[in-house]
Structures are given as structure tokens and as C-alpha cells.
Design a protein around this ligand. Structure first.
Ligand code: URA
Length: 449
């Protein structure tokens, strides 16, 4: 008797034969037809193709790449859904934004209320964290009572009365992406430019806003760390968005160090509220201002940079951006008091990370900081793993700062988990040298619409 386990029998032999044939031809360099790609995605969503065959197809695509026509076909296939979102009853042109994700990146919670307070409606569908990078939905769940999944029929009235909505995007709006993303995550096929582009742009096509701003990260903590490849991803997404009739612009932003000083769910909510009240932290604020400007210009092409910045600064300084956030959170179920700093979840324990020597901070590795927060429960190790909303890291310095031996570099906030290992990780994330280095700019490049 054989002791070798055999793979599970495919449920639908015809679908399996089709996908195996497509894998063979794609591997040999032949482009796949649009209806063939649509069929593979539909069969996978329907459960007719087993995970192991879809994984092989995704791996082949990750290695061979996709032609422009194939990429368009895959994006369209991802959006094939019986559920549609109709934003046509929103008063005014609607704006959307998307970030490829990072550490200490709480931009969505800052830019959405600012742009809404400037009078431009924003619908932002968002997701959860997996791995070391944070997720907006998880951050929002640290606000007591806030409903993070808003029923579709409440979206339009909410935007019309408050100017903004941030809600979880259920996988049913882009079922092909929902099904394949979960598989990519466990088969090392996330970091493929065409697969990322189809995944992100399909979600934007499903929402179909009038203006779209993409925030693509580059640097050690980014999905695509290499700068040239990050530019290639940006250009691929912009071309793809335009092929679907979306007016899109982009920023290439820095993720060679954590974007903001707070890393962790409730810590990032506090940070966002402080920025909305005018704190303007270096790095985080610079990127938020650039994204806000592009968002406003995406639906008003005559608006100059100066005019846009005047509006953005005005709604922060007069409190209306902060008030918009509070009105939205209350409309989506939170009590206004739940936004007070003392009402947000707070970890009860602290460990300080101190400089072992004097010098200049030359590097703060964002992945290592993100991994440290996971060790104390602020990040998710599995799709449905529990989170500690108060846990995380507060960074006291940025690259380019001068520190003396014994200065506090960061504070670890925690209740459980391996705090000693997390503190050591944060310590190892900081590199101190005897030469001054200039801090990298928060925004490396802007791609106008
Ligand atoms: N974010 C997405 O939505 N999809 C990807 O493939 C990668 C990041």
C-alpha cells in the first residue's frame, strides 16, 4: 500500500482540465484570452477549481507577468459580482483613495475627514491588517460602538449628510479578488506587480468614484521595497485605472521608516485625531497634505496647489475636519465620548527603548517595528486572530535626529505577549551612526492625473 498522500480529487474535471491547459500555455509564453481568464476566476469563485491548481496558475502569472489585455481581463474578472454599488445618488463628485499599506500609516483617517470638510464627498472602502502592516478596519474597531461594516443602503445617505464614509469592503463586491487574495497571501504570490494591480484596481472599479488617488509605498517596509519596481507598479495601476475610465493620480511615498510616530490600533486613532486638531507631525502630515491636495484636484482640475493647501489648512485650523470625523463616527454608531483619549483602549504596561550610544539615527526599520507590535498583539498573525487594541509602539525619534546615550527612542505599550522580545526588536530597528543623514522626504514623486 502506498504511504504517499494524493491531492484531493478536483470536483469539476472539465474546469480542472481548462486551468491546467491554461497553466501550460502561460508557462510556455502564450497570452491567455480574456474569456479564458474570466472562466478561470469564475470557476475558482464557484469552487470548481481546487486551491492547489489556482495556486499554480497564480504562481505562473507571478513569474510570467501579464500583457495589458490579460491584466484588463483579470481586473474585469475580479469585479464580476451580483452585488453592485451605485454612488450616482451622491450629491457631487465622489473621491476615493488607496494605499499599498505600511507601518504607522494612518493617512486614511486623516485625509478622508479633511477632504470631506473641504466639501468633496469621500467613499472609502477599506480592509484589515495581515502581517506587519496595519489595517484601517482594525484601527477603527478600537472605537467603541463604531460599526465598521456599513450596509450598502446606508452609504449614500451618510455621504450626503456628512460628506464621508469609511467602511469595510466585503469580499462580495469583488469576489474574484477576495478568493484569490486569501490564497496569494499563503502561497508567496502577493508581491507580483500585475496581481497587485488587478487586485487593487478591481476594488476601485467596483466602487467607481469620480476621482481616485493612489498612495504607493517604497522602501524597506513597503509591499514593493525597490523604488524602480514601485514606480512600475504605480504606472501599471494608473494605466489600468484609466483603461476602466477612472480619473487617477498617485504619490510614490516613503516607507523606509515608519510613517508616523504611532504604530498600533488605538495609538493610531489618537494620532489621527491629533493631526485633525493641527499637530502636523513631520512625515505623516506631509504625506497627508499631498494626498488631500491630489484628492481635491481630482474632482476640480482648476484648483491650484496653493488654493488646495489653503483649504486643507483652513479646515484643520478651524476644527471642521475634526468635527467631520466625530460626526461621521457618531453616525456610524460610536458615542462622541468614545473618541476622547481616555476612552480609547490603552495598554497598562510600558517598556522603554533607550539609545545604547550617542549619534545620529540613520535608519529605523519599519518591518522590524511592525513585527514587534505583532509580538504584543497589535498585529494579526492569522486572518481571524485576536487583537490587543491598546498595544503598540510610540516612536520618539525619526531618521536624521541626534540622540544621546540613554535617550528614550521608543515606548512599547502592552498587556500581554512577549514584551521582552518585542522591546529587543524595536531596539534592533534603530540604527545609530556617527554621520548625520538627511531624513528621506515623505513624498518621493507625484503622478498627476
Ligand atoms: N493590497 C491589495 O488590495 N491587493 C494586493 O494585491 C496587495 C495589496
Amino acid at each position: 500500500m502506498s504511504t504517499t498522500a494524493s491531492p484531493r480529487e478536483p470536483k469539476d474535471l472539465a474546469a480542472s482540465v481548462r486551468v491546467l491547459d491554461a497553466i501550460n500555455r502561460k508557462r510556455a509564453g502564450t497570452a491567455l484570452a480574456a474569456d479564458e481568464i474570466a472562466g478561470i476566476v469564475a470557476d475558482f469563485v464557484a469552487g470548481s477549481i481546487p486551491d492547489y491548481q489556482m495556486s499554480a496558475w497564480l504562481a505562473t502569472v507571478a513569474c510570467q507577468g501579464l500583457s495589458t489585455d490579460e491584466l484588463t481581463a483579470l481586473t474585469r474578472a475580479y469585479t464580476a459580482s451580483p452585488r453592485q454599488l451605485d454612488l450616482s445618488r451622491i450629491d457631487g463628485a465622489v473621491i476615493d483613495k488607496h494605499s499599498t499599506g505600511g507601518v504607522g500609516d494612518t493617512t486614511t483617517l486623516i485625509v478622508v475627514p479633511i477632504v470631506a470638510a473641504c466639501g468633496a464627498p469621500v467613499v472609502k472602502m477599506t480592509g484589515r491588517a495581515l502581517g506587519y502592516a496595519g489595517g484601517t478596519l482594525d484601527k477603527l474597531e478600537s472605537i467603541k460602538g463604531l460599526r465598521v461594516y456599513l450596509p450598502t443602503d446606508e452609504i449614500v445617505p451618510m455621504v450626503n449628510s456628512i460628506g464621508m464614509v469609511i467602511t469595510g469592503q466585503g469580499a462580495d463586491l469583488t469576489p474574484g479578488d477576495g478568493a484569490t487574495y486569501a490564497l496569494r497571501d499563503v502561497t508567496a504570490t502577493v508581491e507580483s506587480i500585475p496581481l497587485i494591480a488587478a487586485s487593487i484596481i478591481s476594488k476601485k472599479v467596483a466602487v467607481r468614484a469620480d476621482g481616485l488617488v493612489l498612495d504607493v509605498k517604497t522602501g524597506a517596509g513597503a509591499l514593493i521595497p525597490d523604488r524602480d519596481r514601485a514606480v512600475q507598479l504605480t504606472e501599471t495601476m494608473l494605466d489600468l485605472a484609466r483603461a476602466f475610465g477612472l480619473s487617477a493620480s498617485a504619490v510614490l511615498s516613503d516607507m523606509s521608516q515608519p510613517l508616523g510616530p504611532s504604530v498600533g490600533n488605538a495609538l493610531e486613532i489618537r494620532q489621527a485625531l491629533a493631526e485633525l486638531r493641527g499637530r502636523r507631525s513631520p512625515g505623516l502630515w506631509d504625506l497627508c497634505a499631498a494626498i488631500c491636495r491630489l484628492m481635491l484636484q481630482s474632482v476640480d482640475s482648476g484648483l491650484t496647489d496653493e488654493q488646495a493647501m489653503t483649504r486643507i489648512n483652513r479646515v484643520v485650523d478651524d476644527g471642521s475636519a475634526y468635527e467631520t470625523f466625530v460626526r461621521w463616527a457618531v453616525a456610524q454608531g460610536a458615542a462622541a465620548a468614545a473618541l476622547e483619549a481616555e476612552e480609547l483602549p490603552t495598554a497598562s504596561r510600558r517598556q522603554l527603548v533607550k539609545a545604547a550610544e550617542s549619534g545620529w539615527i540613520t535608519r529605523i526599520d519599519p518591518r522590524t517595528v511592525g513585527q514587534a507590535t505583532m509580538l504584543v498583539g497589535a498585529g494579526r498573525l492569522t486572518h481571524d486572530g485576536p487583537l490587543d487594541y491598546g498595544a503598540g509602539v510610540l516612536l520618539q525619534h525619526r531618521v536624521g535626529d541626534r540622540v544621546a546615550k540613554g535617550d528614550v527612542l521608543a515606548e512599547l505599550h502592552y498587556d500581554r505577549g512577549d514584551a521582552d522580545a518585542a522591546r529587543q526588536l524595536v531596539e534592533s530597528a534603530f540604527h545609530i551612526g556617527d554621520q548625520h543623514v538627511t531624513a528621506p522626504p515623505a513624498v518621493h514623486q507625484i503622478f498627476e492625473a
